[in-house]
Design a protein around this ligand. Sequence first.
Ligand code: MRU
Length: 353
Amino acid sequence: MAEREATWRPMQWTGDALILLDQTALPREERYLECRTAEEVAAAIREMRIRGAPAIGIAAVAGLALALRGSASTGGDWRQAFEAAARLLVSTRPTAVDLFHGLERARERIVGATDPEEAAQVLSEFVKELLERQWAIDQAIAEHGAGLLPRGARVLTHCNTGALGTGAYGTALGIVRRAYELGHLDHVWVTETRPRLQGARLTTWELRRLGIPHTLIVDGAATWLMSRGEIQAVVVGADRVAVNGDVANKIGTLALAVAADRFRVPFYVAAPLSTFDPNVSEGSAIPIEERDSAEVLRLGEAWIASAETPVWNPAFDVTPGWLITALVTEYGVVPSPDRPKIAALLAASGARR
Ligand code: MRU
């Protein structure tokens, strides 16, 4: 499997700064952003300079480490500083559960710390560990998922689930990468992914660098392509998986799942265990982020509708588990996900962690 040959890094941790490839500048410019405080990390997540559920989970832990470093140099109650930073970071994007898991696990890690220097060091090591571990997780997902695709597959993917979305190899796009390396993949159809255009701006950028043949389509073209038999599988990521198998993912995912069901195209969702929420019983309980109307009313700097136009801009939707052919996790494939299968997966993964 291809290793980390890339000349670019979505996210680097130096111990006192988080360096992010600014995803709002892509594909025009490869611009790096240096975050030295929790506030800067929170702003980068909110503004989607870093995005994708696993990537923001790791960035949030880095934000906490930076808050502790700051507290070590300014003095004051460092545990309070930690909690204030956690509240700020958790308020940035409500749907991706990786963010909440990252913060909880960071809190557990520093329970025994006696001063902010020690706590900051513990979290600094934890960020390194998370970045390292994400590679192994992504590569396991890629391996499991690539095995599901038929030879010569033409697959469709939505949003961006590549290295930019995880900080490592990618989840759904990792499956695409691996299938291509194995010679199983013929072509990737990439949806534009309105309104933030993660497919058009980011996924095509990654695929071009990887040399994987692809074609960009507007979101509305996907059903037509499926009806013509041009797609052998849809592969997407997730922001939160409920324990009954319902999945929140980028807005437009549900439409793809319905079309895939109607035209008998397998619909796969790739998600690491960090994206599963054992506290959410079903999809309707997943909080769905609603973003600014300007994202819909404007394309870049250009207004495409009157600023007075009422807008509804949910960033995610929920696909019921019964529309999903299989979930692909680092622990293996869960076909036709349901409550008992996910309970078994969580129990088995908990036992192995
Ligand atoms: O709003 P975004 O760009 O953060 O949404 C990203 C997605 O919906 C991805 O599918 C998901 O986070 C998985 S990224 C590996």
